[in-house]
Design a protein around this ligand. Sequence first.
Ligand code: AMP
Ligand code: MG
Length: 322
Amino acid sequence: MDTQLLSARSPADLDAAAGLLLRGGLVAFPTETVYGLGALALEPLAVRAIYAAKGRAATNPLIVHVLGEDEARPLCARWPIEAQELVTRFWPGPLTLVLPRTDRVPDEVTGGGPTVAVRAPSHPAARQLLARVRVPLAAPSANRSEHVSPTTARHVLRDLNGRIDAVLDGGRCPVGIESTVVGLTSAGPRLLRAGAVPRSALEELLGEVPDAAPAGSIAASPGQQKRHYAPAALVRLADATALPRIAADLPGPVGAVIRGDIALPQEVVSVRLPENPAGYARDLYAALRELEDRGCTSICIESVPASPEWDAIRDRLTRAAA
Ligand code: AMP
Ligand code: MG
């Protein structure tokens, strides 16, 4: 199939994107976190096409994107006070809630499980698309399964050109890493995936939000796979002092992702990212894809500070290196 490149700045293109979705098609669209690969969430065949295009395991559930609480509630069998508080504070935005599902939600979306993940994105293009289709959209990240998430339309095309109906180009995603996922199905709130909303912000509202238990339960969610968010290269993490030696030892061509001034062997292709977590998150996936595109078969990454504002980034780096 031919993949159309549409512009989120064009109302006619937004209409075209909505039309493709309503006919059961696949359209990648920008969100504030990363590009999502959208399809009608309540249509099993449309949802199955997402798995086929990505090469994703059918047991790996998808996040359902909605405009807001009114659209989310019919999908959820319970709406506890914690859900209400989180949604009031963080929606629209990069926070996903996992709740018991109603039977409106097809098995294809939930991986056959009893819960559904819902999120209201804040990106204007995502919202304009949702307002046009007027139904929930299932949308995992718009990359081939287990690859780095896309933060530009070009990244989407690199992975999925010819496999999806269209990509709606809305420029670079401002957050750059995936949403925070909170489970509200068990005894209390659990952090299923670190993300753009920090744990401390959740805890201000809810009290302690521990990690989900690692095995069984809803914790067996896709973002929790050990290797995930990974470039097609050998990835190693190292602190600034060890990095030059590790870069010299890795099989080449070698790429490096650094934050500060580090003297590296001259054959190493390096990308320097911002020292602040928001800027680093915004640019990280583009940096990994750039090194991949430049032929690097090994990538060493300068490890990031141990402080909480780097949690989500550290999580992604650890998985990329697993
Ligand atoms: P992505 O493919 O990057 O959009 O990842 C989807 C994310 O949604 C995963 O990382 C999970 O954390 C989360 N998720 C979706 N549905 C569920 C669910 N029913 N239970 C737990 N996590 C879910
Ligand atoms: Mg993904």
